[in-house]
Design a protein around this ligand. Sequence first.
Ligand SMILES: *Cc1c(COP(=O)(O)O)cnc(C)c1O
Length: 216
Amino acid sequence: MSPAERLLSVRERIARAAKLAQRDPAEVTLIAVSKTHPPEAIAPLIEAGQRSFGENRVQEAEAKWPAMRTGVDLHLVGQLQSNKAEAAVALFDAIHSVDRPSLVEALARACGKLGRSPTLFAQVNIGDEPQKGGCAVGDLPALLKQARDAGLSIAGLMCVPPAEVEAAPYFALLAKLARDHGLSQLSMGMSDDFETAVTLGATYVRVGSALFGARA
Ligand SMILES: *Cc1c(COP(=O)(O)O)cnc(C)c1O
């Protein structure tokens, strides 16, 4: 399949899953996660009309994107060090990995200084896995309050559920947490499980390998 055909296929699968859940497919934004892939691999998707892209490292995105940025929105989906918060706020339209008090502070400072306000997601460590980013479920209320008090608007929640097990219960839990906190946006679902995520309310799916092929 060509990149354009893969894009069409992923979009069709999103639309089918949305209809199954009686949702409007237009409520779901497809983020093409282009981490590790060179500009030559990304250009065909932009030509085919894809407009939202995701990266997981600030430095890689800074090197790759400014030259081909026109009309594209960029999402940071990877963990963010506080000392890179300003660079991230300068480059990205959305940051999906707000997960701890020090980062909230750094982002509030960077947003104030640069006069920018990227769309922010609080990342939840939904499977309580020590090696993963995201705040503990129990710490979410305090993190959201801290962000609010710092003048940051959190649009929704993001998660990466445990690998190798059924993702649906984790997506359902994230959706419930978002509802409980009055948050409308849900960033969940990757190549292996984006249809499940869409049926459970995802408003952003982050899809890499199903669009670009396997990463090296
Ligand atoms: C890499 C990555 C993705 C995309 O993963 P695929 O399995 O290739 O679709 C999505 N979200 C995050 C946070 C990632 O790091």
